[in-house]
Structure formats: C-alpha cells, structure tokens
Design a protein around this ligand. Structure first.
Ligand code: HEM
Length: 412
C-alpha cells in the first residue's frame, strides 16, 4: 500500500486519522475524497461521528473479501464503540439477525430463506404493485406539486414490509420515533436501554398477538417454527427487531436517490418509460450507482488481519464501503456514469456489492429489488411526465453519512 493519504489530519495518538468521508453538501454522494482514498489509501483510518475510529475500506476486491471474512463479526451496540466503565450487559439491548452467529443464525436464515426467496417475492409482487398504486392515488389527489419523499418514497417500502411481515402499518407513528431514538441512542446507554427495551416489548407483544390471531405473514410463520421448537422466542424477537431497524429505511433511500437521479436526467426517465425491458438491468445499475451504503455496515476484527501492508488489530472496527467499491474502475468501466445498458456487468462474480456478501448477506435483497422495480414503474405509469418542481430544490441532511433527499418537490 501507499503511505499516508493526502489531506490526512493528525489527531493525538493516531497520526493519520481522517474525518469520516461525507458526501458533498446538497448531493447524495459519493463521499468526498473516496475515489482518491480508493487509489492512494484503500485501507484508511477514519474518525466516526460517535467519536471512535475505524478502518474505511474502498476497493472492490477488499470490500468483497471482508464482507465474507469469518474473522470479522457484527458487533452489538454494546460491544462497539466501547464505553469504558460500563458493564457489558448494562447498555441497550438491540440484538438483530446481524449480530447472531453460528447455529442460531443459520437456523433463523434457514427459516427465512423461503419467505424471502425470489419466488416468494415474485408471488407477492401483485400486492406490492397494488400498495404502490394506493399510495400514488392519494399522492396525485393532493397535487401537483407534491413532496415525493413524504408521499411515496418514504412510506412505500415500510408499507410493503409491514404487509409482508405482519407489522401493523398504523403503529408507525409510535415505532418510528422510538426507532430513531434507539438508533441515535447508541451513545447514551441509559436512554438507549430504555428505548430498545420498548422496541423489544413491542415485538414480543406482536408475537403474542400472532399466536392468538395468526395471519398470512412471515411473523406468523416464525411463531409456528418457534412452537415446533426449531427457533427460540429470542430468535423471533431478533427477526422482528431486524425488520424494524433494517427492513425499510435503506430501500427508501435507494428509491428516493434513484427517482431524483432519473428526474435530474430526463432522457433516462424517458428511456425507461418507453422501454420497460431495460428495467431489470437498470435496477441492478441503480443498486450499483446510488452511493447509499457508506458507513452502514460496521464489522469488528476478532484477530489481527494484514491488508495492504497495514495491520487491522483484533478489536478494531472495519467499515467496508459498497458506495466506493461499486465505483471501482478496476471492475466497472466508466464507473461514475449511470449506464442503463450495463446489465451484464452488474451481476455474478463481478456484481455490485450493495447487498454485501457471505453468511450475513442481505436477507431482503429480492424484496428490495422488487420494491425498487415496482416503485419506479408505478411512477413511470402514473406520472409519465414527472419532473422536479421548478424553483423548489430538494433538501438534504448534510450531517448524515447515508444520503438521500429529505424532500423531493415534484410536478407532473
Ligand atoms: C436497497 C435496499 C437494501 C440494501 C442495499 C441492503 C443492504 C444490506 C447489506 C449490505 C447487508 C449486509 C450487512 C452485513 O454484512 O452485516 C444487509 C443485511 C440485512 N438486510 Fe438488507 N438491504 C436492503 C434492504 C433490505 C430489506 C428490504 C430487508 C427486509 C427484509 C433487509 C433485511 C436485511 C437483514 C435482516 C440483514 C441481516 C442479515 C444477516 O445478518 O444474516 N434489507 N442488507
């Protein structure tokens, strides 16, 4: 490897710690300086927003390898960042599927393989399309203009997930703020413990309800597996917590970034509208191109790992960054260009890494693809001349490591 990256800022005991790479203000990214890091410092030391340091990994081959490396585990929010003086079991309790390992993780993934398979998602597609239509009818009645984030890209993936999993969508005004507090509460352990306990109790109450009144949903299926002794109650709670924490937010970000990008390039919007055969390849290209996955996955080394002449020490945090790996020119020619015809290059051995890899790869990958497809197609069908509203800029949260528009004013 390469030595110290240009622009590195000295900080205390670690001379080459960089500020965490954020997308430029008012854009979705990719993170500023990440292309330079990929070339000159593919394993960089960065300071995280919660005042911890981590290794930031930007090259395709490294990200691909590290996602599936068994020497790296997914820490619970109690394990990392470490809080000196706090007993290990005194913090928030947010164990999701990602933090399970070994036979428990394998049993849960086995139980979930069928309900989240490409066949099951295909069977569910008419419902997903119906839900998109329902939201867009209401959106159309209230405009033009309208904010597409509030009216569609935010609620749609949540509505789909609730419908499939068996979480009451009407509970969202209660659980969304609690979730925000739980995910933001990683730094303050007492408040974190309080809100994560609330979420656990909510999921436990849902499980009890499914036992009394079974539904045609994934949670009911898991409750049956639990009653058959294949899974434990805690496994089903971990599943419910996973759905709340990772089951819809990222899909919303991808959908909003995709629609914004297409409206910003009206020729691509028109091309997709007029040639739907492009859609399957285009969806893979959206997943490659939208730089959402920046700092969303944090791994913890259980032993020393050598990479690019540096040592990742046991206990160090490692962040594989698909947002940067997916723009690596070693794998994707003209990587910074959104190319709807790239299809062949985005699947298989050299496929994009948006969904990770290995035992913990994304459980919801087929569902996410279906949501992106159905979401964009529903918009193309209902609003063939959709455009960004004149004189009203989208807004962004520039502090966030993961960027998508907060508001997307549109006209039709
Ligand atoms: C475009 C949308 C999405 C993207 C890009 C995405 C990406 C990812 C990635 C990179 C991982 C691997 C994390 C790791 O290695 O620790 C992951 C795991 C996971 N995802 Fe997704 N995800 C998306 C949507 C969804 C949806 C809709 C669901 C709902 C079922 C979901 C459920 C999960 C679960 C449960 C895991 C943990 C799997 C495990 O640890 O075994 N994701 N996702």
């Amino acid at each position: 490897m390469s030595g110290q990256p240009p622009g590195a800022r000295g900080r205390g005991a670690e001379p080459d710690v960089l500020d965490f790479p954020l997308p430029p203000p008012g854009t979705m990214g990719p993170p500023e300086g990440s292309a330079r890091l990929r070339e000159s410092c593919p394993l960089a030391r960065v300071r995280m927003p919660m005042d911890a340091t981590a290794w930031y990994v930007t090259r395709y081959e490294d990200v691909r390898m590290l996602f599936a490396d068994p020497r790296l585990i997914r820490p619970t929010i109690n394990d990392w960042p470490s809080r000196p003086g706090q007993p290990a079991d005194d913090g928030p309790r947010l164990v999701t599927i990602a933090e399970l390992d070994g036979p428990r993780h394998a049993a849960l993934r086995r139980a979930l393989a069928d309900p989240f398979s490409s066949r099951a998602v295909r069977d569910h597609l008419p419902r997903i399309v119906g839900l998109a239509g329902r939201l867009l009818r209401a959106f159309e009645e209230n405009g033009p203009p309208g904010d597409l984030v509030a009216g569609f890209t935010d609620p749609f993936p949540l509505l789909v997930l609730c419908d499939l999993v068996g979480i009451p969508f009407e509970d969202r005004d209660w659980f969304l703020p609690v979730l925000d507090a739980a995910l933001g509460g990683m730094v303050t352990s007492q408040e974190g413990r309080r809100v994560t306990d609330l979420l656990r109790e909510y999921v436990a109450a849902l499980i009890a309800r499914k036992r009394d009144r079974p539904g045609d949903d994934v949670l009911t299926r898991l409750v049956r597996r639990c009653d058959d002794g294949e899974l434990t109650h805690d496994d089903v709670v971990a599943f419910g917590l996973s759905m709340l924490t990772v089951g819809f937010g990222i899909s919303s970000f991808f959908l909003a970034d995709t629609v914004h990008t297409l409206l910003d390039r009206p020729h691509l919007w028109a091309r997709l509208r007029d040639d739907r055969e492009l859609m399957p390849g285009a969806v893979e290209e959206f997943l490659r191109y939208m730089p959402v996955m920046n700092g969303t996955v944090i791994l913890l080394a259980t032993e020393d790992i050598e990479l690019h002449g540096r040592t990742i020490r046991a206990g160090d945090a490692v962040i594989p960054v698909p947002a940067c790996a997916n723009r690596d020119e070693r794998v994707f020619a003209d990587a910074d260009r959104l190319d709807l015809d790239r299809a062949g290059a985005t699947t298989g051995r050299r496929g994009h890494l948006a969904f990770g890899r290995g035992a913990h790869n994304c459980l919801g990958a087929h569902l996410a693809r279906a949501e992106l497809t159905a979401g964009v197609e529903a918009l193309l069908d209902r609003f063939p001349r959709l455009r960004l509203a004149e004189g009203q800029e989208p807004t962004w949260d520039d502090e966030s490591v993961t960027k998508s528009p907060l508001t997307l004013p549109v006209d039709w």
